[in-house]
Design a protein around this ligand. Structure first.
Ligand code: GDG
Length: 466
């Protein structure tokens, strides 16, 4: 059986699997790598003056980790540039924030090539290679150029945009053509896969078979839907750990009987934070009876701080939160507790469990794991209500949530009112349906589904004889 090589921009195997701060994704990938005696390859997190291509190889908790340093300028163009100022906004339906700069494309192509060259010597004939996310769309093309005939899979963690939007990307055909050098392209949702197939037939003059194999640009690849999940068992345990209980008690004590609405997000414009604040403001304006009876705790950890759009968003959120508190706060009630610091995973789990309502209202999201963590953390006897954006990938699975249009303040405000008065029996039955899904379609199911589909792929025909 061949080894599994996972490639991602950053490599973060958990140093100690028992620490509750490690993410579920890192744990799941590390477990798969141990099982397949695999290698995790990516950027070291370090920049150097002159690129050397020198690999650093170490073993972390049974996982072989191989990393490479990048030059600061090329990393900037590839990561802050093409990945996070071009692809991220466009794929999240924000062409207004999308920057098209030639140097970004060039840096992106160069880093993908560097990754391929650095990885090449590590690859053995039977290995299969699983590449993570939009930072590395060109990697298969670069590896094929270095005569790599192994099976190559790609998983996109973010949405795939509608055809009419994608064609606004200069050289969109080059991006999609490069993806077709993978054998398997995985998406979070049917909606994303459908948009990809629509591009193939509608913009690339290609064809699609009923089981989702696509042909275009003289190449073909399989497509699949693999909704990512969380380590539900681990999160359910974390939610009743000592640290979680302490966080739970602390927030309940400070709530003095008021209902808790909770949001937990990276501070990113895709997460709909500003729209959420405005919906909450509307609720307070329209329903004076609710004032002082609830509060919103929004944890928004800082992210990509050196990209302008994130600084602008932060400034706007500071303004809106200040305005809401200025208008409605009383001497002993702060309607919006807006926090930019990060919390431990187990503390978060305790906060989720204490919440009456989880507000997960992104404007676009590949999946959204916070929605699943919220469900996993609930007390089965007295679960909170999840309010979930219809534009989060998770809405395809968690249809028992109160599904809302995050662009509509009225819709979100009404869902909050409905959630606050939802009878226990309804809360329980909705939660039961959601937790069944969160447990069944967990991170191991995602990983195993993808790995099995990749291992089952036929090798690329043109290279099979090499
Ligand atoms: C991308 C896609 C897709 C947040 N604050 C803290 C903290 N977090 C953790 C959450 C959750 C994770 O960060 C966020 O995951 P999401 O899935 O919600 O969103 P993205 O970061 O945008 O992830 C997304 C995902 O990839 C996986 O494919 O679902 O659609 O955009 O786990 O708990 N964790 C800690 N402290 C915090 O303060 N420890």
């Amino acid at each position: 059986m061949g080894r599994l090589i996972v490639v991602s921009n950053r490599v973060n195997p958990p140093h100690d699997p028992s620490v509750a701060t490690a993410g579920g994704l890192a744990m799941a990938l590390a477990a798969a790598l141990r099982e397949y005696s695999g290698v995790w390859f990516g950027w070291s997190g370090r920049t150097v003056d002159d690129y050397t291509g020198q690999l650093s190889i170490s073993k972390v908790n049974g996982v072989t980790v191989a990393t490479v340093d990048l030059e600061a300028q090329e990393h900037h163009e590839y990561y802050n540039g093409y990945a996070n100022r071009t692809l991220w906004p466009l794929f999240h339906y924000r062409p207004d924030l999308t920057a098209y700069e030639r140097s970004f494309d060039a840096g992106y192509a160069r880093v993908n090539r560097r990754f391929a060259e650095a990885l090449r010597p590590l690859i053995e004939a039977e290995d299969f290679i699983w590449v993570q996310d939009y930072h590395l769309a060109h990697l298969a093309r670069e590896l094929r150029g270095l005569d790599v005939a192994n099976r190559l899979g790609f998983f996109l963690h973010i949405p795939w945009p509608a055809r009419r939007l994608l064609v606004t990307l200069p050289r969109h055909a080059e991006l999609v053509s490069a993806l077709l050098d993978y054998d398997l392209i995985g998406f979070q949702t049917e909606d994303s896969r459908h948009a990809f197939l629509d591009y193939i037939t509608g913009a690339a003059d290609g064809s699609v078979t009923p089981d989702g194999e696509v042909s275009a640009f003289g190449k073909s690849a399989r497509t699949g839907v693999f909704p990512i999940g969380i380590d539900a068992a681990e999160f359910e345990t974390a939610a009743v750990s000592e640290t979680a209980l302490a966080a739970h008690e602390r927030i309940v004590a400070s709530a003095v009987g008021r209902r808790l609405l909770l949001g937990v997000d990276r501070l990113d414009y895709s997460k709909g934070l500003e729209e959420r604040f405005l919906a909450y403001e509307q609720l307070l304006a329209d329903h004076p009876d609710l004032r002082e009876r609830l509060f919103l705790l929004q944890i928004a950890t800082l992210s990509r701080e050196n990209v302008d759009a994130y600084q602008d968003l932060r400034a706007r959120l500071d303004t809106v939160s200040g305005r809401i508190n200025g208008a409605y706060a009383t001497v002993d009630w702060v309607p919006l507790r807006y926090v930019n610091r990060a919390y431990r995973r187990d503390e978060l789990a305790g906060l989720y469990r204490a919440a009456d309502i989880g507000l997960v209202t992104p404007l676009r999201d590949g999946m959204n794991l916070v929605a699943k963590e919220f469900v996993a953390a609930q007390d089965p006897d007295d679960p909170g209500v999840l309010i979930l954006s219809e534009f989060a990938g998770a809405a395809e699975q968690l249809s028992a949530a109160l599904v809302v249009n995050p662009f509509s303040r009225e819709d979100v405000a009404e869902a909050i009112r409905r959630g606050l008065s939802m009878p226990l029996a309804e809360r329980r039955s909705r939660w039961r349906e959601m937790i069944d899904n969160v447990r069944r379609e967990d991170v191991a199911a995602w990983r195993d589904g993808f790995v099995e589909a990749l291992r089952g792929s036929p090798p690329p025909p043109a290279l099979a004889v090499a």
